[in-house]
Design a protein around this ligand. Structure first.
Ligand SMILES: NC(=O)c1ccc[n+]([C@@H]2O[C@H](COP(=O)([O-])OP(=O)(O)OC[C@H]3O[C@@H](n4cnc5c(N)ncnc54)[C@H](OP(=O)(O)O)[C@@H]3O)[C@@H](O)[C@H]2O)c1
Length: 216
């Protein structure tokens, strides 16, 4: 399996949980030192916004795993603030990281997943179901990611590739304190990141492909 966004809060917890359950992983992220610090998995340094990231994942999968039986995408960025005050570059970056890059990646890895009858798991978010003011572009990216998963699930049914869309509610990972722009609104206390990561890996083990915000 490959975990993209492996150095992130949810990504690293998912890596730990999958490792505990015996998975052999490619850990994909932007920083070689932080990937090495995970202490597990074969590191693949790649930026999701770069169309060649998928080529690097495919090459590493062939070299180290002899194929690929799953892809988890836990990479993502957020931004806050009114739409009028959100710079064009921020809107672009949100869509590049959360939607366009993942589509580039999927185009490249799906053939391997078809060979293994594997899976794709995309973390979208509660805002895909309930879009929020002052998160207009972020909500739109997550709704798009969710739409990709729903359509791809049907498209790949005959190939027996499962496509998971998980939409966690607000979780205390610190993501809201690292926005591309703007300031997070006051949010109620979020979920425990370890519990959310465990719930996601449990869903994967149970074949629960559509995991809405209320399931956490
Ligand atoms: N926390 C929440 O409340 C919440 C709720 C619902 C959904 N989500 C979603 O869950 C996912 C994980 O979020 P998190 O809370 O774990 O936040 P996080 O700790 O900030 O993790 C985000 C990850 O995305 C990676 N990333 C960002 N831009 C990238 C790029 N261009 N190329 C490669 N990697 C990139 C980051 O890489 P670096 O490690 O290199 O920075 C980091 O590993 C995101 O998609 C987020 O939208 C989060």
């Amino acid at each position: 399996m490959a975990v993209v966004g492996a150095t992130g809060a949810l990504g690293s917890l998912i890596v730990a949980e999958l490792t505990l359950r015996g998975a052999h992983l490619l850990v994909v992220g932007r920083d070689a030192d932080r990937l090495a610090a995970l202490g597990t998995g074969v590191p693949v340094v790649a930026d999701v916004g770069d169309a060649t990231a998928g080529d690097a994942v495919v090459a590493a999968a062939h070299e180290h795993l002899g194929g690929l039986d799953g892809l988890v995408n836990a990479a993502g960025v957020v931004a806050f603030g009114g739409l009028v005050d959100t710079a064009d570059e921020v809107v672009e970056e949100l869509f590049l990281t959360n939607v366009i890059g993942p589509l580039f990646l999927l185009r490249r890895v799906v053939p391997l997943l078809e060979e293994s009858q594997g899976f794709v798991l995309q973390i979208s978010a509660v805002v895909a179901e309930r879009p929020m003011p002052r998160m207009v572009a972020y909500s739109a990216t997550k709704a798009a990611a969710s739409a990709v998963a729903t359509a791809l699930r049907t498209e790949l049914r005959r190939s027996r590739v499962d496509v998971y869309d998980v939409r966690p509610p607000h979780t205390e990972t610190g993501l809201a304190s690292r926005p591309l722009a703007g300031e997070a609104p006051r949010l109620p206390a979020g979920k425990d990141p370890a519990a959310v990561a465990r719930r996601i890996v449990d869903a994967l083990a149970a074949g629960e492909q559509d995991l809405g915000a209320d399931s956490f």
